[in-house]
Design a protein around this ligand. Structure first.
Ligand code: SF4
Length: 690
């Protein structure tokens, strides 16, 4: 047995072979592929261990009325129970009383069928997904600038031949280590309040680390644009021929000369000038943004400011240079294209667009008037659960919001207030442990489907082995529930290839057009980057001929600096920012159950400058209680000499009393509805170990 497939975790989607290991259990061996070039990170290497973990869920669980404990049951009983309760809630309170929450980890087929299930089988507008917490600001800014959002918009290996790469709020040395193979040649400019592994990598190789005060990234981008113009580095011909709106955007950058930028951001003026000069004089340069730029109440504008810089330097829509968003979740790209977003129909269509509604309704065989309209975004949806006007029932697939949502304690209260919480999971995550029904579903190597990686490249995930007895796929769950809710069998097929074929028809003519994607083409090894409208080769590099706006021009956004929603003060004198560690993935529900990963990073930590720690009475290696206006969390203290003295860092992979999201601020970006995960005012207190 040796089957070629892709990693279950992040958007790099490293290629691997899964085969029998020395103990007879499935094991992973890396495969050569453009994104990982034969490399894997430790998460990828250990990914097969969860397939045979004793912590796997293998029977449907329903909480009994008598004891409140979970009891095992059969699939028919579980699905009958869920469908019956959903129908009852709908009957009593209307269709919006049943909600659905999806994930950027789901395959394209699952994302598509889940959106269709919500709109047709439930008739609800209450559907959104955890990608709203990850990539929504870059998606909104990309659409604003280019008319269309596709992660990198070029193959990742292109980046390796650039002279300079600016990474704003991304830490691939820890989160996507094989990506560093593409970043070892270019000179790096790393923008991150934290002295991250990527910042260290840049410094060791003669690059720059710009460490702005959290919440001032937008001002820093304006400062770089100002400095680039002052040094006569802008591409006037490109701005005139391929863009619009520069003059309005410049009005905001005009006020950010380097010394003013230093005042606002804390980044020395000479570094602002040096970064602008390096980027503006490079033969081939890329600006890449990650969650650090996005997870703010100003996230969309912040990403727009970085895109403005790239446009002013003439980088976008040209071979050998560009702007891109480093998507995080495994199917963060495909997951945001096919209809599990509150405002979206398949093919990256808007749900409030009459032509889009007519097209998709035609494919689904219904009248467009039957489709609900847009619903609330992820946090707004979660925050309304169990309220008088909010949903009473929730179906959750591939997500763990009890850990990953902002102000997680408040979200846990809302989940507890539901009449019916149903989760589809393969382990007992923190959210599953709160559920009324837990449906045990297959893992990545036990089912077939397609993913779209951070480059917009279509990938085939292959079934390597059968799921354990008693486990079903997510598609089978959706199909089984839809049938019980009165939908015709053929409308909700459970086979991935049949769903992909329908997804192709539904997406045809949309921005993310998959009409020409087929399992046969992917099995034959064709490189397909969307849009793939037909049998042709797809589109590895976007916007070479023109941007997706009607006039073919990219648009500068007129965006100004606004501070974070919350500032440090006497009561909460420090800023907490959150992110990821090498050994864990997202809420940690999977990786905390893998022995070697759990041993390497067994508990939450808080990185502090030694002076800051000493002032708070903390010992390196001791424990701290970190407190914000919304809650508290416990973390092991790690002194970091390179840290900012006004900022602490916490990973968000842990649950319960070690959840970093107990602290975070759910104030939302007005465009993307992204919460401000990256800036929370906190104080540190010495604590006993948990
Ligand atoms: Fe998996 Fe991402 Fe690690 Fe690659 S970098 S092995 S895709 S987690």
């Amino acid at each position: 047995m040796s089957t070629a497939t892709h990693c279950p975790y992040c958007a790099l989607q490293c290629a691997m072979h899964v085969e029998a290991g020395p103990d007879g259990q499935p094991a992973v061996r890396p495969a050569d592929f453009p994104t990982n070039r034969g490399g894997l990170c430790r998460k990828g290497w250990s990914a097969a261990q969860l397939l045979h973990s004793p912590q796997r869920l293998v029977r449907p669980l329903v909480r009994t009325g008598g004891t409140g404990e979970f009891a095992e049951t059969g699939w028919d009983e579980a699905l009958d129970f869920v469908a019956g309760r959903m129908a009852g809630v709908r009957e009593q309170h209307g269709p919006d009383a049943v909600a659905v929450f999806g994930s950027g980890g789901l395959t394209n087929e699952k994302s598509y069928l889940l959106g269709k299930f919500a709109r047709l089988a439930l008739g609800t507008s209450r559907i959104d997904y955890n990608g709203r917490f990850c990539m929504s600001s870059a998606a909104a800014a990309g659409i604003r600038a280019f008319g269309l959002d596709r992660g990198l918009g070029f193959p990742l290996p292109d980046v390796a031949s650039a002279e300079v790469v600016l990474l704003a709020g991304a830490n691939p040395a820890e989160t996507m280590p094989p990506m560093m193979g593409h970043l070892s040649g270019p000179r790096l400019i790393v923008v991150d309040p934290r002295r991250s592994a990527t910042a260290e990598f840049a410094r060791e190789r003669g690059g720059l680390h710009l460490a702005p005060r959290p919440g001032t990234d937008l001002a820093l981008a304006l400062g770089l644009l100002h400095s680039a113009r002052a040094q006569d580095l802008l591409d006037g011909d490109y701005i005139g021929a391929r863009t619009s709106g520069f003059d309005e955007a410049w009005k905001y950058a005009a006020a950010f000369w380097p010394e003013r930028t230093e005042q606002v951001t804390g980044v020395p003026a000479h570094l602002v000038r040096a970064a602008a000069r390096a980027l503006g004089t490079a033969r081939g340069a890329y600006v890449l943004t990650g969650r650090g730029a996005e997870q703010h109440a100003t996230g969309t504008d912040t990403v727009s400011a970085w895109i403005n810089l790239a446009l002013a330097l003439g980088l976008c829509g040209r071979a050998g240079s560009g702007y891109g968003c480093i998507t995080g979740q495994g199917n963060g790209q495909g997951g945001r294209e096919h209809g599990q977003k509150a405002d979206q129909l398949p093919g990256y269509r808007r749900i409030d667009d009459p032509a889009a509604r007519a097209h998709v309704a035609g494919v689904w065989g219904v009248d467009a008037g039957e489709l609900p309209g847009p619903g609330p975004s992820a946090f707004e949806l979660l925050d309304s659960l169990g309220t008088a006007a909010g949903p009473k029932a929730l179906l959750l697939m591939g997500s763990n919001p009890a850990v990953s949502a902002p102000e997680a304690g408040r979200v846990r209260d809302r989940l507890s207030a539901l009449d019916l919480l149903v989760t589809c999971d393969f382990v007992m995550s923190e959210t599953a442990a709160m559920a009324d029904v837990v449906l045990p579903v297959a893992q990545w190597a036990e089912e077939t489907g397609t993913m779209t990686n951070l480059e917009g490249r279509l990938l085939r995930r292959r079934a390597v082995l059968d799921p354990p007895p008693g486990v079903r796929t997510d598609l089978e769950v959706i199909s089984g529930l839809a049938r019980r809710l009165g939908q015709p069998d053929q409308r909700f097929p459970a086979g991935a290839d049949a769903v992909l074929a329908e997804l192709g028809r539904a997406s045809a003519g949309g921005g993310a057009d998959y009409a020409g994607v087929s399992p046969q083409r992917l099995e034959a090894g064709e490189e397909l980057f969307w849009p793939v409208p037909g049998p042709g080769a797809g589109t590895p590099r976007m916007f070479l001929e023109g941007f997706a706006h009607a006039d073919g021009r990219a648009r500068f956004a007129a965006v100004g600096h606004r501070g974070a929603a919350e500032e440090a003060d006497a009561q909460f004198p420090l800023i907490a920012t959150t992110g990821r560690l090498m050994g864990h993935y997202q809420s940690g529900a999977q990786t905390r159950r893998i022995g070697e990963l759990a041993e390497a990073e067994p508990e939450a930590c808080v990185e502090v400058h030694p002076d800051t720690g000493a002032r708070a009475g903390l010992d390196d290696g001791g424990w701290a209680r970190v407190v914000s206006r919304r809650g508290a969390t416990l973390a092991r203290v790690r002194y970091r000499a390179g840290a900012r003295t006004d900022t602490v860092f916490l990973p968000f992979h842990y649950g319960g009393e070690q959840a970093a999201n107990n602290l975070t601020n759910p104030v939302l970006d007005p465009v993307s509805r992204m919460p401000e995960f990256k800036v929370s005012a906190v104080r540190l207190e010495r604590s006993d170990p948990p």
